[in-house]
Design a protein. Sequence first.
Length: 745
Amino acid sequence: MKSRITPVCLLLLSVIAVFAQSTPEAWTGNARWDVRINDLLGKMTLEEKVGQLVQLSSQDFVTGPATSSDVMAEIRASHAGSMLNVTGAAYSRKLQTVAVKETRLGVPMIFGYDVIHGFRTVFPIPLGQAASFDMQAIEASERISANEATSAGIHWTFSPMVDIARDPRWGRMAEGSGEDTYLGIQIAKARIHGFQGDDLSKNDTMLACAKHFAAYGAAQAGRDYFTTEVSERTMREDYLPPFRACVDAGVGSFMAAFNDLNGLPASANPWLLKTILRQEWGFRGFVVSDWGSVNELKYHGVAATGKDAARVAFNAGVEMDMESKLYYPNLVTLVKEGLVSEESIRVAVGRVLAAKAKLGLLDDPFRYTDEAREKATILSPDNLEAARDLARRTFVLLQNLNGTLPVKKDAKIALVGPLADAAKDQIGCWHGRGDPKDSVTLRAAFAATFGDRLVYARGCDVRSDDTSGFADAVAAAKKADVVVAVVGESEDMSGEGHSRAELGLPGRQAQLLAELRKTGKPIAALVMCGRALTLESVLPLADSWLVLWHPGTMAGPAVVDVVTGAYSPSGKLPVTFPRSVGQIPIFYNHKNTGRPQPAGERVQYRSNYIDSPNSPLFPFGFGLSYSKFTYDNLRLSSKKLREGDAEIKVTVTLKNAGNVDADEVAQFYVRDLVGSVTRPVRELKGFQKLHLKKGEKRDVTFTLTPADLAFWRADMTYGTEPGRFEVFVGGDSDATLSGSFELLK
Ligand code: BGC
């Protein structure tokens, strides 16, 4: 039957349209705020609306290629709905006063900032935090960061970064949770809850932002801002789920990434920003560009002019323009020319105003500008203690020959290396308002603990070729019972725009270790880094290797806790440590291939190298303890899981078989043996961080539901397939204790 639009239908439609317009839109779910937002939208001129979609940077602190403008004039003209890099209660009050008192409608601005691993109290870099596998501690750190940042006038953090990173050459690996999607999801949830809490309008909670949407971490050759080519299947299986988890956790905003994804830059990509984010996931917050990513569409070659770039980005779904300065006045012109719809501008502004309403800014624009609170909050003793505690949970012990660590309290220590007294380096990249002056260095903390039993010598720089300090370092080593050598990367060797092609210890540090080795003294090498490094050739130069990442303000006391044995290392690698750059990308949950290498042995015409093992130096999830943990007696609650069944339980007995009370991260992996598409050799499906007293035994149970076994099948539908699954439980991704079950339809 043909459908016909009759006059009655038309009448009905127009009645519905009028009714829809007079009903306040549910921007926030709070009727009072929704009425206010609709009232503002009704009063705003097109110019004022577009102004709400502009984000400008404070000129005295920039986090990208600087552009200049008279910010005050822009605010007065209602051309700045948001600013970034404005910090301090007093300064934010000053700028907000202009927005509220000197513009026609007095709409407050929203202030954003990169609170990535702390505001002033700096916690370990996010990659280090991921190594803690401690969701409570991570969430608590973000709660503290939100409290500090909001006390300094900030409403919105550009965090969490949930980009999966499988290539350690990429410097921004430091900012995320590493290579694994499941771990990334758990951490994303913890961070969002830490920042946003249960009520955004409280003055100590802030809006979070899931970034960088999407696949930014897949940059070819690990070079920052470079092209990405990722299949839809890999996007959906690996790169997108942490972002989806952010939506489910109620994240308030998204940031579109810089990278070209399969031929369409992420900041011009309606598949990402509309089909996936809005239609599939139902995201209701707003989307901001990355710094200048709208303008960069010209260099990608998908826009000829700035105006063109504004059109392409906005129509793709980028609602706020960070620092390209292209939305105003271009969007006004584009609407007049019919190339951008006025309705889509109204919706974008409604979403931005909704965030302001939820933050309480429409009720009180000065809610976050209390200087007394700022003073009391920043660097409080509790915050510093939390930073110390989280830092010590992040350290990963890779090797510990002859029980070199922990050192005896009465030992004579030679503390050497370029990162032992490195107040700035220890706080890592993206350290917010972290100030090296607040840092407690390793040297300071060791001096406080070991007194005159400590000798310090820098030895060499991180990156230069100067070896003039070697003699002092060797002399210090000769006087000591044990050498603690603090080596690795400086803070400016990872983070944005800091990719590396070589991943060994930079400068002359390996040579310094070799000189120290000749003294015959036991050596513990402590490594600061923002990524996985290739340490194979230097491993024999020290007895113990402890990865510190960049531990933050309280690095010194945290390291003393671990080096003296007050706390046993419990961190596990959130990224695979390769043997060589040639193995990259290397990650534990790869596919099996048609010619897998048998039992680690090189065999002709199998998938292996002629000049390297396939195996990494240290696998994902790896990390030793001062104690020793054993896993045995794996049992399943059933050998069969039926589609309708609730769950299957996998239990093992974990024993602390060493002499020290310690924490262990028990990890649970699953392998789907046969599917309609190839499946990874194993996937993390659960973990538990547990404290066991020496000698203690405990049953640890993991639960699987059919939903945990779902994947993107050959026809690109999401669901399970019947068949056999293997399970593995242990202390890293090479766990051998296993069992199996069958999933039945
Ligand atoms: C980075 C973002 C950051 C933004 C604002 C950009 O260069 O890619 O991660 O949030 O700057 O500082």
